[in-house]
Design a protein around this ligand. Structure first.
Ligand code: B12
Ligand code: SF4
Length: 647
C-alpha cells in the first residue's frame, strides 16, 4: 500500500469496481491508468451521485486531464509530541464526510470542465498515516491538484500547519478550513497568529461553510489562483437539498462501532459563553429536509452502514426534528430498514412534546447531553440559563423510560468551582441523577467563543499552544484554583464518580430500566465463553515423538471452534532434532477489547470486532554443539487478521 489507505482504491482495486460516473468511452481512455474515483459505483449511485457524462464529437474525453483533491482531516499531538492515531478511531469526521460529498457533487457537475476528471481521496489522520511527500508526488504525477485540510479545530491547527509546511515545500496548493479559521475570523478583530502563519506559508484560508462554494475553490486551484482568504462568514448557506455528507464504507469501518455521521442541521438558539458554534454556524436553525436525511440513511444502509451519529450540537433545537424523526420511524417501522442513531441534545429536550418518544422509535440508542454543571451560579455565569438542574432528573428519567443510554458532559472549572465543591457536586449527581456515563472536561476558552475573546481582550494568560485546547488540559488561569489544583480536581472527579460501588449502581439501574449494561461498557452477564484443551505425546520408538492436541472454544457470540495442532519430532542422531509442526488458534475479542475506553489511551473496539484465527506450518532443524545450538527454521502463517490491532 504505497500511499496509505487514502490511496488504496486508486492502486489496489480493479477499475471496473471503482470508477464512478465514467461511461464506456472514457473507461477505454482511462483503463489501466490511475484515473479513478475512490467511491465504488454502487455506493456512489446509492448516494445519488450518478452523473452521466455527455461527450460531444470533437470534444476531449473525461479523463484527458486529472485534478487530484486530497481531503485530509488532521489529528493532533499527544503530550509527548506524537500524532494521536488509532487502529479504530472514535467517530468519523463529519466535516470530512461533508467535504467528500461536496467534492463528489463537483465531480458530478464537472466543475473543472468536460474533460477534467476530479480524483477525490479522503483521509482521516486519526486512523490513517499521512505521508505528505507521497501525496505531493501523487499530485505532481497527475499534473494538478490540491490538498484541503478539512474541519480543522483549534487543537488540530498546529498539526495541520506541520502537514501544510511539508506540502508547501513541494509547492503543492493547500487550503485550510474548519472551526479554528471560522471561529477566530468571526470573533477577533485581528488575524489569529496560527492562521497568520498559514497565510505566510501561502496556505489559503476558508471561513464559513462550503456548501455551494467548493466549486469556486476548485476552479481557482485548477488555474493556480487560490485566494489567500475565502470568507463566507456572513453568508450561511441553506442546507435543504445541499450535497449530502458521505464517506465510503471502507473509511467508516476504520472507526470503532462503524458509525457514520450526518449533520441534520446547524446553529443553536442559546448563547453559552464557552460555545463557538453560535458564532460560526449562527443562532438560527438551518436544517436538512426529511428527504435529504432519508437519502443519507439509504445510501449508507446500501453500503452496509447502519449506525449514525447526528452531529447537530442540539438536535432538539433543529426546527425540522419532527419531520426527520417521522421519516426515520417510517423507514424503520414500515419498510423494515435497520439503523440506529446517536444524537446530542440540551437538557430541556424532554419538554418538547413527543420528542423523546419519537427519538426512541426512530432508533436513537444513545444521547449526549451537556449537563455542564449543577451549580446554578456557574450556569448563570456561563449564560447557560436554559440548564435547570431541577429539570435534569425529569429529563434523564424520560430517556431511561425510552431505554436510551445517556452520556453526559460535565465541565470543571467554572469560576466558583473548587476541588471540594467539585467533589461535593459529583456526589450529588451520583445520588440524585440517573446518568449512565459522565465525562469530565476542563472549561476551555475555545477560539471562536465569547470566553476566548473576553480573556484575550483582558490580557488574561492563555496557553499559547493551541494543540492543548482539547478540553483535557487546563489552558488558562482559574479564579479559585491554581493550575495544579485544577488538574488534581479533574483527576479526582473521575475517581470520585467511577468508583466500583457507583459503577454497580449504574449497571443495576441499567438492568432495571431495560438499557443493555453491555452498552454502558461491560459485558452482558448472560454471555458465556468456554475453552478446553487436550494434548498427548506418543513416542515412536526412541527416535520420534508425535504430539497431537486440540482446543475447543465455545462462545455465545461467535459459535464453536476447533483448533487442532500436531507436531512431529525426530531425533536422527545425537544432539540433532528435526521438527514439523502444524498449529491453529482462535481468539474471540474480550470484553476489554470491545468495551474498554480510556479517554487518553484506548478507544473501545466496539461490537463490530471480529474474532481472529491463525494457522501456521513450521519446520525446523536444531543441532546442539556443547552449550551452543544451531537452529534453522522456516514457517508460513495465514488467517484472519486481528480486527483490533491488525497484526
Ligand atoms: C461532530 C463533532 C466532533 C466529532 C467529529 C469531528 C468533526 N469535525 O466532524 C468528534 C467526536 C471526533 C469531535 C471531537 C472533538 N471536538 Co468536536 N465537534 C463536532 C461538532 C459537534 C460537529 C462537527 C460538524 O460536523 N460540523 C459541521 C461541519 C460540516 O462543519 P465544519 O467542520 O465547520 O466544516 C464546514 C466548513 O468549515 C467548511 N470547511 C471545513 N474544512 C474545510 C476545508 C476547506 C479547504 C474548505 C474549502 C472548506 C472547509 O466546509 C464544511 C462544510 O460546510 C462540532 C460543532 C459544530 N457544530 O460544528 C464540534 C467542535 C468542532 N468540536 C470541538 C472540540 C473542541 C472537539 C474536541 C477537541 C473536544 C471534544 N471532546 O469535543 C474533540 C477533538 C478531537 C481531536 N481528535 O482532536 C469544537 C471546536 C472548537 C474550535 N475552536 O476548534 C466544536 C466547534 C464544538 C465546541 N465545543 O465548540 N468533534
Ligand atoms: S446549548 Fe450547546 S450548542 Fe447551544 S449555545 Fe449552548 S453549548 Fe452551544
Amino acid at each position: 500500500m504505497p500511499f496509505g489507505d487514502g490511496y488504496k482504491y486508486v492502486y489496489g482495486k480493479s477499475f471496473k469496481n471503482f470508477a464512478i460516473n465514467v461511461p464506456a468511452m472514457a473507461s477505454e481512455a482511462t483503463r489501466g491508468s490511475t484515473r479513478l474515483f475512490e467511491t465504488p459505483l454502487s455506493q456512489a449511485s446509492a448516494a445519488g451521485y450518478t452523473a452521466q457524462r455527455q461527450c460531444l464529437p470533437g470534444e476531449g474525453v473525461l479523463g484527458d486531464r486529472r485534478f487530484v483533491v486530497e481531503l485530509i482531516k488532521p489529528s493532533h499531538y499527544d503530550d509527548d509530541g506524537y500524532v494521536i492515531q488509532w487502529i479504530r478511531s472514535a467517530i468519523p469526521s463529519n466535516s470530512l464526510a461533508c467535504l467528500y460529498g461536496l467534492a463528489l457533487e463537483c465531480a458530478q457537475q464537472k466543475v473543472l470542465g468536460e474533460t477534467t476528471e476530479l480524483e477525490i481521496h479522503a483521509i482521516d489522520e486519526t486512523n490513517t498515516r499521512i505521508r505528505p511527500t507521497r501525496i505531493a508526488s501523487l499530485i505532481d504525477e497527475a499534473g494538478s491538484g490540491m490538498v484541503m485540510l478539512v474541519g480543522v479545530q483549534s487543537n488540530q491547527f498546529p498539526r495541520a500547519l506541520d502537514l501544510a509546511r511539508q506540502l508547501r515545500e513541494r509547492e503543492i496548493q493547500v487550503a485550510i478550513g474548519g472551526f479554528h479559521v471560522s471561529g477566530t475570523i468571526a470573533m477577533l478583530s485581528e488575524r489569529d497568529p496560527y492562521a497568520r502563519r498559514a497565510e505566510e506559508m501561502g496556505v489559503s484560508l476558508f471561513a464559513g461553510e462550503a456548501e455551494g462554494r467548493l466549486d469556486e475553490v476548485l476552479r481557482d486551484a485548477a488555474t493556480q489562483q487560490l485566494k489567500p482568504l475565502y470568507n463566507f462568514m456572513n453568508d450561511l448557506p441553506n442546507l435543504e437539498g445541499a450535497a449530502m455528507p458521505f464517506l465510503p464504507s471502507e473509511k467508516i469501518l476504520k472507526t470503532a462501532g462503524a458509525n457514520t455521521s450526518l449533520d441534520a442541521g446547524r446553529g443553536c438558539p442559546y448563547q453559552c459563553s464557552f460555545c463557538t458554534i453560535i458564532n460560526v454556524q449562527g443562532r438560527k436553525s438551518r436544517y436538512r429536509s426529511a428527504d435529504d436525511c432519508e437519502k443519507i440513511v439509504r445510501a449508507n444502509v446500501a453500503q452496509g452502514i447502519h449506525r449514525f451519529f447526528i452531529t447537530d450540537d442540539n438536535f432538539a433545537r433543529n426546527k425540522n426534528w419532527e419531520a426527520i424523526l417521522d421519516r426515520m420511524i417510517h423507514l424503520r417501522e414500515e419498510e423494515g430498514l435497520q439503523f440506529n442513531f446517536i444524537i446530542q441534545v440540551d437538557t430541556l429536550c424532554h419538554r418538547l412534546t413527543n420528542f423523546i418518544e419519537k427519538c426512541a422509535r426512530a432508533g436513537v440508542k444513545r444521547v449526549f447531553i451537556g449537563l455542564e454543571n449543577i451549580n446554578p451560579d456557574s450556569l448563570l455565569g456561563a449564560k447557560k440559563q436554559q440548564n435547570k438542574i431541577t429539570e435534569y432528573r425529569k429529563m434523564l428519567l424520560a430517556w431511561k423510560k425510552a431505554k436510551v443510554l445517556t452520556y453526559c458532559g460535565y465541565i470543571l472549572g467554572f469560576p466558583n468551582d473548587t476541588r471540594e465543591s467539585i467533589i461535593h457536586d459529583i456526589r450529588v449527581i451520583q445520588k440524585e441523577l440517573p446518568v449512565d456515563l459522565l465525562e469530565f472536561f476542563y472549561l476551555t476558552p475555545l477560539p471562536g467563543s465569547e470566553d476566548h475573546r473576553n480573556l484575550l481582550q483582558r490580557g488574561t494568560w492563555m496557553d499559547a499552544d493551541i494543540n492543548k485546547y482539547d478540553l483535557n488540559h487546563a489552558v488558562t488561569t482559574h479564579a479559585q484554583m491554581s493550575i495544579e489544583e485544577w488538574q488534581r480536581a479533574y483527576q479526582a472527579a473521575w475517581e470520585t464518580y467511577y468508583t466500583d460501588e457507583h459503577i454497580q449502581t449504574v449497571l443495576k439501574r441499567a438492568t432495571a430500566t431495560g438499557v443493555s449494561p453491555g452498552k454502558i461498557g461491560v459485558y452482558s452477564p448472560t454471555e458465556k465463553a468456554l475453552a478446553a484443551y487436550v494434548q498427548q505425546t506418543f513416542w515412536l520408538g526412541h527416535v520420534a515423538a508425535l504430539n497431537g492436541g486440540a482446543r475447543v472454544d465455545v462462545d455465545d457470540r461467535f459459535g464453536s471452534h476447533l483448533s487442532p495442532r500436531a507436531a512431529l519430532s525426530i531425533l536422527p542422531w545425537r544432539g540433532g532434532t528435526l521438527k514439523a509442526m502444524y498449529s491453529s488458534a482462535f481468539r474471540a475479542p474480550t470484553a476489554f477489547d470491545i468495551y474498554y475506553h480510556d479517554p487518553t489511551s484506548q478507544v473501545a473496539g466496539g461490537k463490530g470486532l471480529k474474532p481472529e484465527s491463525v494457522r501456521s506450518v513450521e519446520a525446523s532443524f536444531e543441532q546442539r554443539f556443547g552449550a551452543k545450538t544451531l537452529q534453522l527454521a522456516c514457517s508460513a502463517r495465514g488467517g484472519t487478521t486481528c480486527s483490533c490491532c491488525k497484526t
